[in-house]
Every structure is written in structure tokens, then in C-alpha cells.
Design a protein around this ligand. Structure first.
Ligand code: ZN
Ligand code: ZN
Length: 139
């Protein structure tokens, strides 16, 4: 059994897997997520600062949820995140439409070359590949 310090509260706990956060704090973050989700449903046009203030969650955490596509915003919501490829402002996920298109195209090319992902940067994770497959299915 491995014992670690929680990154959030510093307490010692039995580490199993995932981020170095104790079950208590994980539960608190999950509770916050529900609070934020509800707040957004009731205040569709709230911006990041407001949500952060009203729900007492730091904006970094909110951005993380947006990237994970756990939080959904209406089209007129002022909340945007940067596309991880080109930096364009988008309303959710990790990449803008243009970059998703671009990635789908390079995947097509790679498939043409016998399925070798020649264009994939080395730091891409397997998760990205499944995302790309999903984009292809959408076409
Ligand atoms: Zn903790
Ligand atoms: Zn982009």
C-alpha cells in the first residue's frame, strides 16, 4: 500500500491511482462540479469570473471541465476556451472546427500511407486517436 500527501489539503491517504488527491477532496471537487453545472443551467450567460466567484471554484478548474467537455454552454454564453492547436476562441472541447478538420485530413493521409500516424506529434495520447476517429464518423 502506498501512502501519499493529498495535493489539495495535504493529508496522508492511501494512494491507489489517478491524481494525487485524497478521496475527500475528490468528492469535494465533484460536489463543486454539480454546483457549477446547476449554476450554468440557471445563468446561461454567466462568465467565468462570475461562476468562479459565485460557486467558489477557481477558473482553472472550470476550464478543465470545459476541456473535458463535461460542461456545456449555450451559443450566446461568453465563456470560451482556446483551441489547443491554433489558440482560436471556442465554446468547448479542445480544438476548433478548422483544426478538427485538419486533423481528420491528416488522419486520412496517414491511412493512405498504410495506417501509420506519421503526422501525429509524439506527445499525443491514444485518447486523441479515438477523438479523431469520432470526427471522421461525423463527416
Ligand atoms: Zn485532500
Ligand atoms: Zn484551432
Amino acid at each position: 500500500m502506498q501512502v501519499r500527501n493529498c495535493k489539495k489539503c495535504g493529508c496522508l491517504y492511501n494512494y491507489v491511482t489517478g491524481p494525487s488527491i485524497c478521496p475527500n477532496c475528490l468528492q469535494k471537487i465533484e460536489d463543486k462540479f454539480q454546483t457549477v453545472k446547476k449554476y450554468i443551467q440557471q445563468h446561461g450567460r454567466a462568465d467565468m469570473e462570475e461562476i468562479s466567484r459565485e460557486c467558489e471554484v477557481d477558473t482553472g478548474q472550470i476550464q478543465q471541465w470545459i476541456r473535458q467537455e463535461r460542461l456545456q454552454f449555450s451559443d450566446d454564453s461568453p465563456i470560451k476556451v482556446n483551441c489547443e492547436m491554433c489558440g482560436k476562441m471556442i465554446s468547448g472541447g479542445r480544438f476548433c472546427h478548422a483544426c478538427k478538420d485538419q486533423m481528420a485530413r491528416s488522419l486520412n493521409q496517414a491511412m493512405g500511407l498504410g495506417g501509420v500516424m506519421t503526422e501525429a506529434p509524439p506527445d499525443r495520447k491514444a485518447r486523441d486517436n479515438t477523438n479523431r476517429m469520432r470526427f471522421l464518423d461525423n463527416r
